[in-house]
Design a protein around this ligand. Structure first.
Ligand code: C5P
Length: 307
């Protein structure tokens, strides 16, 4: 038997970053959304653990480790340890999510592997245990299981589904070169953030636009005003060229421009699918070679095929 599980990329509609905690992570106050860019993870029983990877056309996955550092293999180990099983599998990842892009592609692979092996071996892991295993693997792995739109607290690993209405239409511009999440957080500390106008501080004072209320209206113009990302300043400090990409999307008519997580992927919110096509063409005209569209919210990790 072999099984394919699909897991989505995530973006942060709001990413409020608080102070550095004693465990080396930052407190987060975030709202995640799963969007329609995916990695597929295929698993089948095998004598030994092995991992192979295939990238979608135009996507550079050469930096993804295929050894124990890969989050999918770590997820497999965590699940077998949890159930004390000795079964092994071959894991094959088909990457559609840009690597080191602030889209949590590695976390998507981990979440998909947990679900795939759970189903392959009929382990019947409870949702609670799956979420706990996911949290042990990385701050945004639990969200990759849950999908949709969700609030994230703690270091991002505590997720709670939010009501949302309608579809948000995004144009996505990946970068030719990735950014490392720890480096962006380190730059955030070096710059002495959070600043007074940070999304985090706004949340603390209760002055942030009511994003949860906005999501229930499904109105993209209101959503445009409620977006925010505290990692913008450190990411732009490391990659000043991204400012131009964000400006290009605004000039192309997007309702809002937003950095995805720790970057460098840039996101552009559009009114509807037709508007998204116009913004895409505007970005292509301005010289951006890879410009994708993705709608959100979409489901978390789920089985798409078995044979
Ligand atoms: O949890 P995850 O392994 O994805 O985090 C990668 C790195 O990003 C952490 O080691 C830390 O440097 C940084 N991080 C952080 N605060 C968070 C999440 C991640 O500082 N809430």
């Amino acid at each position: 038997m072999s099984l394919i599980v699909r897991a989505p990329a995530k973006i942060n509609l709001r990413l409020g970053v608080g102070p550095l905690r004693e465990d080396g992570f930052h407190a987060l106050d975030t709202v995640y959304q799963a969007i329609g860019l995916y990695d597929d993870v295929q698993v089948e029983p095998a004598e030994q653990w092995s991992l192979t990877l295939e990238a979608a056309p135009g996507l550079d996955a050469s930096q993804v480790p295929l050894d124990e550092r890969n989050l999918a293999l770590q997820a497999a180990r965590a699940l077998t340890r949890h159930h004390d099983v000795s079964a092994r599998a071959h894991v094959h990842i088909v990457k559609g999510i840009p690597v080191a892009g602030g889209l949590a592609g590695g976390s998507a692979d981990a979440a998909a592997t947990l679900v795939a092996l759970d189903r392959l071996w009929d382990l019947q892991t409870s949702d609670e245990d799956l979420l706990a295993l996911a949290a042990g693997l990385g701050s945004d792995v639990p969200f990759a299981l849950v999908g949709g739109t969700a609030a994230g607290t703690g270091r991002g690993e505590r997720v709670q589904r939010l009501d949302d209405h309608g579809t948000a239409w995004w144009v996505v511009v990946p970068s030719h070169e990735g950014l490392s999440t720890p480096t962006v957080f380190a730059e955030y500390d070096r710059l002495g953030l959070p600043a007074d106008d940070s999304v985090w501080r706004a949340g603390e004072r209760g002055t942030a636009p009511d994003l949860e209320g906005v999501l229930r209206t499904g109105d993209p113009a209101l959503l445009a005003d409620a977006l925010g990302n505290d990692l913008t300043e450190p990411a732009l400090s490391l990659r000043p060229d991204l400012r131009r990409t964000l400006d290009d999307g605004r000039e192309a008519g997007a309702l809002a421009a937003l950095l995805s997580g720790s970057g460098p992927t840039c996101l552009f919110l559009c009114r509807d699918a037709v508007h998204a096509t116009a913004v895409r063409i505007g970005l292509l005209d301005r010289g951006h070679e890879r410009v994708e569209s993705a709608a959100g919210p979409v489901a978390g990790a789920h089985v798409v095929r078995y044979e």
